[in-house]
Design a protein around this ligand. Structure first.
Ligand code: PEP
Length: 641
């Protein structure tokens, strides 16, 4: 249930971040204008230079998109969920201020694609913040859809896509998706007429005033039948003059074929004269509102082509029509028609070049993981639930024995021995912490699982000398022994402490071998059932069925550990059957039937066959006899008898 909630939250956040990042990255100049608006509200607009606001626009939008992709693919779950949570706290506070003080009418969360009121934005952020807190609290509950080894491909591909293909290309040419009321296909004449008729229209600020006659010629320009070129430059002083030849060529072409050509700007006469001096421009200049011009086209200068009042083409100064393209009159050339690429074809392009490669990568990754899982299960009875109902396991507990070199030598010997003579059961070795990373390097974990003998009851922090579950997992180990009687007795580990340890181990995907068992006095007082029940209830019966299924129980009568005294096979079977019955009471018979219950306590090659022959004994947790490869192998081979 918790996992489902976390994953729903993660998907909501991923979609919101991807969409919001994408629509901003597709229009970096629009996002820059919005950042400028915010700076204006704080009185900083003139302090921060344009290149900084533009860089901030690209970085912000790309980062949002990238975080959304990381959430979707559950990449770097802890770090990403922390960053997202911090971002959402900041954004929620910022939008609360926006809603209350109202310095800007639209926060710009989704660029021009979706305009929300400030209060709508605030409430949207409250919902996203709640989702971000849940995901941040349980980051590891986010299910991975691609293995760690392939995550770098997703990260690099997504970063390249959003930075270069979307933001970079939009900056160099024009936004691939235009959400503003001046996109290609817009009937400006009709829209403007509606405004004149008093209807609500986004063209209220659109006017064209001739600088020569100082009169409004909007109607005249829009009513022109046929083609009209409009050069647009909000500020001629800041306009890129590198393409002045191409602009002059378009003007000459318009004159040659009788198409009206106007240059619209918000600059004054000085700016116009300067531009004329630099570029030799002979075209007429008209005045228009600055913000409107910035909205019309995201290029300074940019070029528009109208046909019967409809915008049919838009060009950035970096991609103006070539002389070749203008070799024929517009009526006869492709230039004079609406472009063939529409919104649907652009979406298809993104699906083909961004979404599809990631889907194919994910499918290939899953197939690879699946085939690995099948291969592993074939070789490893530990995981083979179909062939053997319950997993049979022989696990070694090295305790505080062997230095690193001796431990590596023993693990290598076992590795070679069991590779040559495959076991009939799952085999695990639980070693001191310091051995884990070295042994994980060479151990064939399809045959021998690796585990720790303990882990901390705290996630991380100032707990000198402790080793966390996450650290254990990071060595390559898959198991951890918890609740061993020696830890309960010498290190005073209480059921509450063990409960925390179990939760942390599972949170870090470690399989827990949970030890229970009574002391000699308790056995003599006939309290063994009571004791093991209390131990289960105290530390693992709080788990959900799904999580309990991942636990291996080890029954170890304390009086038999390291003493040479073994419980008789009958004694052991009796209490194993009892343990299974209380599991059945708690989780149902099916779970009880599937739970592996190991026996531990002076188990050797000589007594293992008799013990393992009992119906409720599914293997052993072996201390002393796991320290020599031959002894341990003798016990493992009990499953072959
Ligand atoms: C143990 O401590 O887990 C154990 C079973 O030890 P031994 O086999 O040495 O009794």
């Amino acid at each position: 249930m918790r996992k489902a909630v976390v994953n729903v939250c993660r998907l909501i956040l991923a979609v919101a971040f991807i969409l919001s990042g994408f629509v901003k990255a597709v229009d970096p100049l629009g996002t820059q204008y919005k950042i400028h608006d915010y700076l204006g509200a704080w009185g900083l607009a003139s302090v921060v230079p344009d290149f900084m606001t533009l860089s901030a626009s690209v970085v912000q939008s790309s980062a949002e998109f990238f975080l959304g992709i990381c959430l979707l693919f559950a990449i770097r779950r802890r770090l990403v969920s922390l960053i997202v949570m911090i971002l959402m706290v900041v954004m929620t506070l910022l939008t609360l201020w926006l809603a209350v003080a109202n310095p800007i009418s639209d926060c710009g969360c989704f660029g021009d694609a979706l305009v929300l009121t400030n209060w709508q934005t605030f409430w949207k952020n409250v919902v996203l913040l709640a989702a971000a807190v849940i995901v941040w609290r349980y980051p590891l509950d986010m299910g991975r859809i691609i293995s760690r080894s392939n995550q770098w491909i997703v990260m690099n591909y997504s970063a390249f896509f959003i930075l270069v293909i979307i933001a970079g290309r939009s900056l160099y040419t024009l936004p691939q998706f235009d959400f503003r009321p001046y996109h290609i296909g817009t009937n400006l004449r009709e829209g403007w007429q509606r405004m004149i008729d008093g209807e609500e229209s986004p063209y209220a600020e659109f006017f064209i005033e001739s600088t020569e006659e100082s009169e409004d010629i909007t109607q005249q320009v829009l009513d022109n039948e046929g083609y009209t070129f409009l050069m647009v430059s909000p500020h001629l002083e800041q306009a890129d003059d590198s393409q002045f030849d191409a602009l002059n060529r378009i003007y000459e072409y318009s004159q040659e074929h009788g198409y009206p050509f106007y240059s619209l700007t918000a600059s004054g006469q000085r700016g116009i004269t300067r531009w004329q001096d630099i570029t030799g421009a002979e075209y007429p200049f008209c005045l228009t509102d600055e913000t409107t011009l910035k909205t019309v086209i995201r290029s300074n200068p940019g070029m528009l082509l109208l046909k019967d009042g409809v915008i049919i083409r838009k060009w950035s100064h970096n991609a103006l029509p070539t002389a070749e393209e203008m070799s024929q009159p517009l009526e006869e050339s492709e230039l004079g028609q609406l472009p063939s690429d529409n919104v649907a074809s652009k979406i298809l392009w993104i699906l083909t070049w961004f979404v599809l490669p990631l889907v194919l990568l994910t499918v290939a990754d899953r197939l690879w993981a699946w085939s690995r899982w099948i291969r592993k299960n074939k070789n490893n009875p530990l995981n083979n639930e179909q062939k053997i109902m319950r997993k049979k396991i022989v696990a070694g507990n090295w305790k505080m024995n062997m230095n690193l070199q001796d431990g590596i030598a023993l693990a290598k010997e076992l590795n070679e021995t069991l590779k040559a003579d495959k076991p009939n059961c799952g085999v695990v070795i639980c070693t001191p912490f310091i051995h884990l990373a070295s042994i994980a390097q060479f151990l064939d974990q399809d045959i021998i699982g690796l585990g720790a003998e303990n882990c901390a009851d705290k996630e991380k922090g100032a707990f000198t000398g402790e080793v966390s579950a996450e650290m254990v997992k990071s060595t390559g180990a898959q198991y951890v022994i918890l609740g061993h009687s020696e830890r309960r007795e010498y290190y005073k580990e209480t059921p509450e402490i063990l409960k925390e340890k179990v939760l942390l181990a599972q949170k870090n995907d470690l399989k827990v071998i949970f030890c229970i068992g009574e002391s000699l006095e308790e056995r003599e007082a006939g309290k063994q059932n009571e004791v093991v029940k209390a131990e289960l209830e105290g530390s693992v019966f709080n788990l959900s069925e799904e999580d309990f299924r991942k636990i291996v129980i080890a029954y170890e009568p304390i009086w038999a550990i390291g003493t040479g005294k073994t419980a008789t096979a009958e004694q052991a079977e009796e209490i194993h059957a009892y343990i299974r019955s209380i599991i059945a009471e708690k989780y149902g018979q099916a779970v009880a039937d599937d739970t592996t219950i190991l026996y531990g306590g002076s188990c050797k090659a000589s007594n293992a066959p008799e013990l393992f022959a009992k119906p409720d004994i599914d293997g052993g947790l072996i201390g002393g006899a796991s320290l020599k490869a031959a002894d341990f192998k003798g016990i493992i081979d009990a499953w072959k008898k």
